[in-house]
Each structure stands twice: as C-alpha cells, then as structure tokens.
Design a protein around this ligand. Structure first.
Ligand code: FA5
Length: 343
C-alpha cells in the first residue's frame, strides 16, 4: 500500500466524519449516505478502482476500502439513532399505518458473515448473478458433459448452446472467485470472500430452495494449508454463533478442489444431541478443499508455486440455525408474520 492510497482513504474518512458532525436531520443524513456509501457514492467508486492499482497493492487497497466502508456504516447507524431515519420523519398515514420496514433475516446474516470475513482479512468481492458458462463451469474444472451443466439442473438464459459459451444464472459463488482473480489480475498471496445469491433448478423442500445464498472464500499463497482453512472456518463459525466451534472434515468430491471435504460443525446449541443437529452433535455446513491445480492455472496462478483453499457455505443455513427455522421456504414466502420477528 503506497502513501498516496493511504492518504485518499484517510482524507475521505476525515471529509465524511466532518460532514456527519454537522448533520441534524434525517434528510441530510440520507444525502450523506448516498454521497459516501450509495452505489455511486465515493467509497464504492474508490473501491472499484482496485483493478487500476499495482497488482501487489490490490489486496491491501481493497482491505482498507472495506474497512472504511464498515466504519462509515457504523457511524451512519449511530447517527441514525440521534437524528432518526427519513422514514421516521415522514408524516404517518392515519389509517392502515404501514409501519417501518426492516432488513430481511438473510440480509442481516449476509452482512454479519461479510463483516466477520473482512475482519479476518478477506477482501469482499461481488460478481454478477447472470454468469458466463466459462466462469460458472469451465474455469472450475467442470466439463461440458458434467450433469450439473444439464438444463435440468441449471437455469440457462437461452437454450443451452452446443459450444458451451452461453449464460446461466450462477449455480454457486465459486464463479465469482475465478472471475475476480482473472479480471483484477490478482497475484498471490490474496484472500477474497464473496457472499451472493445463487440459483439451481431444484424442487423446493424444507432444506432446499431454487434460489438461495452462499458465502464463498478463497485464500491462495505460497504455503496455505488445510490448517489455515481450519482456523479461518473455526473463527468464522465461533464468531457467528458466539460459541467456540470446532469442525470435522469428511472426504467430499467437488471438481474444483483436490482433496475436497464436506464440513461439519460441532453443534453450538447442545452437548449431547438436539433437534438442530438431529441428535448427532454435528451439523453439516458446506463444502471445501484445496484448490485444484487446473483451477489455479485457469486463474493464471502458477500451481507449482502457489496453493490455496476454498470453501462454500449456505447463508440460509446459518440463518436457519441461528433462529431455529425449520423450513427454508419461509424466507421467500413474503409472510409478514414470519418476517416481523426479525425487525
Ligand atoms: C457447492 O456449492 C460448492 N461450490 C462449495 C465449495 C466451494 C466446495 C469451494 C469446495 C470448495 P454444495 O452444492 O454442497 O457445494 O453447496 C454448499 C452449501 O450451499 C450446502 O452445504 C448448503 O448449505 C447450501 N445449498 C446447496 N444447495 C442448496 C439449496 N438448493 N438450497 C439451499 N441451500 C443450498
């Protein structure tokens, strides 16, 4: 990280905090939010220049940017308590009072997980929900004839192209990693995480949806090992559930990792078996593994010099466990009685 980039973040922070001090109304506060944190605001704009930074400084640049964003979000929440939000200051209708809106439980979980990953030093990256087949499959070592690529499993935007160069609704957040590394010319060591919505042509049941959320992470360097994977995951689970968690690795197959694991977490809710762990004291959390050399090569990373781990966990699963929700379909039900419990 060079001095000038450091300076830009420090200046922006100073400018934001000074302006915030003068704000006394919800309208001014909303303007401040749009100016600094909105989609076209100064902080997201600065973060988007990560790809223009020298390769070896990109990770640090992103981390500084994410930290600033979190700090400003914290200041915003604190200031909202002082001056209120715009919705509060609107005249309230006399009949059929609509009441204040609030964030969806999945959004709350995604934000918490994202903040934990950022605190663990991961750069948070987002990618498009409509993805090219080459990122969703080929770059991940999933060949054209693999069953996951069938139209019965994956949503294609147009009938499946015989050349395998179509577009799909992304089937996992793994696609974001490959895209991010290639497009930003990231060079190891780097550690990135991407929470996001994914889609699979599945019939919904209490634990499966056709639209759900995943948290993906990728850490690559000259000597990243399974021990690093373990400690990061245990830190993530322990922080999220507020109770020290250990994990158990079982062999698992995913084309993009070798070896691959299925991950179980020690049940944070009991000692000897409960409803949430189905009396086993272990809870299945997702997949992980050491990144396959072909995938490293596809990201322009030399597999002879570098290695890394990747994991993908279901965000819906975290939320369901945290609140004891036993049917994933409630998240999309639009049932206000369910949603109100998370206000
Ligand atoms: C994957 O999606 C792999 N990409 C994970 C991975 C990443 C492995 C990196 C290795 C390295 P899987 O299909 O098992 O794996 O999904 C991971 C998690 O997403 C599951 O454990 C579950 O929590 C969640 N998930 C998967 N399918 C659904 C579904 N239909 N509805 C809700 N959650 C789901």
């Amino acid at each position: 990280m060079t001095e000038p980039a450091d300076d830009i973040f420090a200046q922006l922070k100073q400018q934001a905090t000074e302006q915030l001090k003068k704000i006394t109304t919800p309208e001014e506060l909303e303007q401040w939010r749009v100016n600094f944190l909105g989609r076209k605001g100064q902080v997201p704009r600065l973060l988007r220049t990560v790809k223009d930074q020298p390769a070896e400084q990109r990770a640090a640049f992103g981390q500084h940017g994410n930290k600033l964003r979190q700090e400003l979000e914290g200041l915003l929440t604190a200031h909202q308590k002082k001056v209120g939000t715009r919705a509060m200051s609107q005249p309230q209708p006399k009949v059929n009072q609509a009441g204040l809106g609030h964030l969806h439980p999945l959004t709350l979980t995604r934000r918490r997980l994202q903040n934990i990953m950022a605190a663990l030093g991961f750069l948070i990256i987002e990618g498009p929900e409509v993805e090219e087949e080459k990122y969703d499959f080929d770059a991940l070592n999933i060949p054209f004839e693999h069953p996951a690529r069938a139209e019965t499993d994956t949503f294609y935007l147009a009938p499946r192209s015989p050349r395998g160069d179509g577009r799909v609704l992304r089937t996992s957040t793994s696609a974001v990693q490959v895209r991010a590394v290639i497009e930003n010319d990231l060079v190891p060591p780097f550690q990135i995480a991407s929470p996001g919505r994914v889609f699979r042509n599945e019939k919904p049941d209490p634990t499966h949806e056709s639209t759900f959320y995943q948290l993906e992470a990728l850490m690559v360097g000259p000597s990243v090992t399974v021990a690093d994977y373990r400690s990061i995951t245990e830190a993530l689970f322990s922080t999220f559930f507020g109770k020290v968690a250990s994990i158990r690795l079982r062999p698992g197959y995913f084309p993009f990792v070798e070896p691959g694991f299925e991950i179980d977490m020690s049940c944070p809710f009991c000692q000897s078996g409960c409803r949430l762990c189905k009396q086993t004291t272990w809870i299945e959390m997702g997949g992980a593994g050491m990144v396959h050399p072909n995938v490293l090569s596809n990201m322009n990373v030399d597999p002879e010099k570098y290695q890394g781990f990747a994991f993908g966990y279901g965000i819906d699963r975290f939320t369901m466990l945290q609140h004891g929700i036993d049917d994933i379909r409630l998240f999309w039900s639009g049932d206000i009685r369910f949603l109100k419990q998370f206000a």
